[in-house]
Design a protein around this ligand. Structure first.
Ligand SMILES: Cc1cc2nc3c(=O)[nH]c(=O)nc-3n(C[C@H](O)[C@H](O)[C@H](O)COP(=O)(O)O)c2cc1C
Length: 197
């Protein structure tokens, strides 16, 4: 059986990294001090121009009901025809897993650094955040879905032109993690051909 997120060495961890499924996560999650340390580690993210075009909002566990209420209201406002199941899915989204960090992409539009590079840095930041979560013995899951693309939801955490890069749910796996198919190295890695053929 594969051991995922093997913390016995850095290469072993990187070779066995696996996200958790937020809806399967149970307590414990990180405490306040661990959460600060997780974010501190994620600050070591490649970032052209030292712009830090990303920031994080922690939704505390006692704020999840309020988030669920606001999320379902935003969903209803955009989709007045939504049925009960869709609304319940939004409620579950807001309440799943012990901890929730919302990562915002905060572009510096006046900078000379292209926005594409700032977006790449935001993605790298979320990946680094996941590594930091796993380094603390927890499991993380990066998800987007409808809430990440709603301006009303974005406005709960930030303001335009910011965008939600992802919801990072954090906890302990409540179910064994399962392997996920990965591409073969040769499907991804090729040698360069100077002739372009
Ligand atoms: C930008 C982004 C958004 C994602 N959104 C979702 C999502 O909404 N729902 C989901 O099930 N997985 C989503 N994923 C995939 C998971 O985060 C995760 O990568 C996937 O389940 C595979 O697990 P792994 O990280 O162990 O490879 C997203 C990944 C990325 C990079």
């Amino acid at each position: 059986m594969t051991q995922f997120n093997d913390l016995s060495s850095l290469p072993r961890y990187l070779a066995s990294r696996r996200s958790g499924r937020p809806r399967d996560m149970i307590a414990p999650g990180p405490d306040a001090a661990q959460m600060r340390e997780i974010v501190r580690m994620a600050l070591r993210t490649p970032d052209h121009g030292k712009l830090n075009p990303w920031r994080v909002v922690h939704v505390a566990s006692d704020q999840r009901d309020a988030f669920a209420e606001k999320l379902t209201a935003a969903y209803r406002a955009e989709k007045p025809e939504a049925g009960r199941l869709e609304i319940e899915a939004m409620e579950s989204f807001a309440r799943q897993a012990p901890e929730l960090l919302v990562v915002l992409y905060s572009p510096r539009e006046s900078s000379k650094i292209p926005l594409w590079e700032q977006q790449l840095s935001a993605g790298a930041f979320v990946m680094n955040l996941l590594h930091a979560v796993h380094a603390h013995g927890f499991v993380g899951g990066w998800i987007t879905g409808w809430p990440s693309y709603s301006d009303a939801v974005r406005d709960m955490f930030g303001s335009a032109p910011e965008q939600i890069a992802g919801f990072v749910f954090i906890g302990t796996p409540g179910q064994p993690l399962e392997e996920r198919p990965r591409p073969a190295v040769d499907a991804v890695l090729s040698g360069w051909s100077a002739a372009g053929d």
